[in-house]
Design a protein around this ligand. Structure first.
Ligand code: HEC
Length: 146
């Protein structure tokens, strides 16, 4: 019985510490794909706001952004800072601060989606500044300049 417990404890501990990805290149490519989508929706949102085209699609892009922000929690497995990636080691070294930056993005994207649904232009503008600030807040500290 004690042997079984020891084995189980070992399995538990080792699964908790072995978080490195088995596919670093694939994970980095995947992350960049997700981030490109984030950038694409941001471009579309900017065009809607500045040029007044496709205004009906604002809520669609805002909802997509909020979904992407939630998924962005899962795109940084340890070991995925490959050479072709702009992800800085600080992501893993300052995990708490990075988690905060991700949460800020999630909260800001949700606030923006809510404002987009309200049709209140002032609220939309303000929420967009919050959203843009969350991108910059993370990129400044955690993304290498290209
Ligand atoms: C919590 C951190 C974080 C937040 C928030 C964040 N990004 Fe990023 N972003 C990154 C990192 C890290 C990379 C580099 C990824 C890589 O190269 O592996 C990146 C890369 C990108 C890229 C380049 C993708 C490519 O490879 O072509 C774009 C575009 C981008 N982000 C746009 C945005 C926009 C727009 C927002 C806000 C709406 C945003 N990001 C919010 C961390 C973040």
């Amino acid at each position: 019985m004690t042997k079984v417990i020891r084995v189980l404890t070992f399995l538990l501990l080792s699964s908790a510490t072995t978080t490195a990805t088995a596919n670093p290149e694939g994970e980095a490519r995947y992350r960049q794909g997700v981030m490109k989508s984030v950038g694409g929706h941001m471009t579309a949102i900017g065009m809607i706001m500045r040029q007044g085209i496709h205004t009906d699609a604002l809520k669609f892009h805002a909802d997509a952004m909020a979904s992407l922000a939630k998924q962005s929690k899962n795109i940084y497995p340890e070991g995925s800072d490959v050479s072709r990636s702009e992800a800085l080691p600080a992501i893993w070294e300052q995990a708490k601060a990075f988690q905060k930056a991700t949460q800020r993005f999630i909260d800001a994207s949700e606030a923006f989606a809510e404002a987009a649904g309200s049709g209140d232009q002032r609220a939309v503008g303000q929420a967009l500044r919050g959203l843009g600030g969350s991108c910059k807040g993370c990129h400044d500290d955690f993304r290498a300049e290209s």
